[in-house]
Ligand binder design. Structure first.
Ligand code: NAD
Ligand code: TYD
Length: 335
């Protein structure tokens, strides 16, 4: 039986990871350390909040005392807490540096002090952009070239983890994954934004020419990838995790969503491009396959349809976000 400290467990991937872990590791305990920023939503964890193997601690990863006491008392840390939205980082980078860089350093100090296993969840955005023409994909040896403040803050956190591995010999691993999709994703991100806009009759804002390519990874495949790294990953190593169907451009994604919802292409609105918009991401996950047996199981078309259905069936979940009332849940349940 192990005790896992998960940071950022009230966010999109964190809450999916906690659901996944409690289902697949029945003996384990999870402590969720989350600050409950705008992206932290306890409604994501409603169904497991009374599970005796789960406990929430509301707190900030930059708080040395909270982090120290929780790290001391766990077996391993899975670090997901971050500011995660590129557009917000373009408007103001300060929180990204504080949480993603300083927060990671504070966790690393505690991991070093108490000699714990650490897994750092990062992004393929640290590698910058690929061109549409090239056949290349990102892999573990791709040089870092972050272009957005978000990506730069994640790159800095990856460098810190590597420095602590090299200098302090901490037992850490890193994963760099592609764009996740699935249930509980905050509707500022592309897929849930598109679906929820359509469900209230609005158009979908598509940046620039819409020909930006992403490598979509269903969130449960990502959770299994992290599990495999914790179980079999070599200490000190980085693993790239990508999706099954791989590369699709934004207009193609939207056309698939329009088809699923029986809507017309009039709902597409090409809008001003994001500054510094990365043209293409794609992941070569062969190292994770060879060393860990990682193999995505959820193909894009089928699980995009299931994801759209989830947002259709869970209107209250995203309507509470749009109205702001999701923040009352903590007050009602925990105060
Ligand atoms: P998210 O924005 O949905 O959730 C982030 C969570 O972290 C929230 O619950 C928030 O309250 C919490 N948090 C933020 N600052 C905190 C702080 N200072 N202290 C404690 N908790 C804090 O993010 P996500 O999409 O679930 O991403 C999780 C991780 O995966 C991030 O590290 C992100 O960089 C990485 N990642 C995400 C994607 C993606 O497609 N979503 C892709 C690659 C990597
Ligand atoms: P996003 O979900 O923000 O993830 P990331 O920027 O980390 O890849 O965006 C995915 C793609 O969708 C990206 O190419 C930007 C584009 N996009 C739009 O075209 N319109 C939007 O309103 C948003 C939020 C994103």
């Amino acid at each position: 039986m192990a005790k896992l400290l998960v940071t950022g467990g009230a966010g999109f991937i964190g809450s999916n990871f906690i659901h996944y872990w409690l289902k697949t590791h029945l003996q384990d305990e999870i402590i969720n350390l989350d600050k409950l920023t705008y992206a932290g939503n306890l409604e994501n964890l409603k169904d497991i909040e009374k599970n005796p193997n789960y406990k929430l601690v509301v707190g900030d990863i930059t708080n040395v005392d909270i982090v120290g006491s929780l790290v001391k008392d766990c077996d391993a840390v899975v670090h997901l807490a971050a500011e995660s939205h590129v557009d917000r980082s373009i408007m103001d980078a300060a929180e990204f540096i504080r949480t993603n860089v300083l927060g990671t350093q504070i966790l690393l100090d505690a991991v070093k002090q108490y000699d714990k296993r650490f897994h750092h969840v990062s992004t393929d955005e640290v590698f910058g952009a690929l061109t549409l023409e090239s056949k290349n994909k990102f892999n573990e040896n791709t040089p870092y070239h972050p272009t957005s403040p978000y990506a730069a803050s994640k790159a800095a956190s990856d460098h810190l983890v590597r420095a602590f591995i090299y200098t302090h010999k901490i037992a850490a691993t890193i994963s760099n994954c592609s764009n996740n999709f699935g249930p509980y994703q905050f509707p500022e991100k592309f897929i849930p934004l598109a679906v929820t806009n359509l469900l209230v009759g609005k158009k979908i804002p598509v940046y620039g020419d819409g020909l930006y390519v992403r490598d979509w990874l269903f969130v449960e495949d990502h959770c299994r990838g992290i599990d495999l790294i914790l179980e079999k990953g070599r200490i000190g190593e980085t693993y790239c995790l990508g999706g099954m169907t791989s590369e699709i451009n934004n207009l193609e994604v939207i056309k698939k969503i329009l088809k699923i919802l029986g809507e017309s292409e009039d709902k597409i609105e090409l809008v001003k491009d994001r500054p510094g918009h990365d043209r293409r991401y794609a992941i070569n996950w062969s190292k994770a396959k060879q060393e860990l047996g990682y193999q995505p199981q959820f193909d894009f078309d089928r699980y995009l349809e299931k994801t759209v259905q989830w947002y259709q069936q869970n209107k209250n979940w995203w309507q509470n976000i749009k109205s702001g009332s999701y923040k009352d849940y903590y007050e009602k349940q925990y105060q």
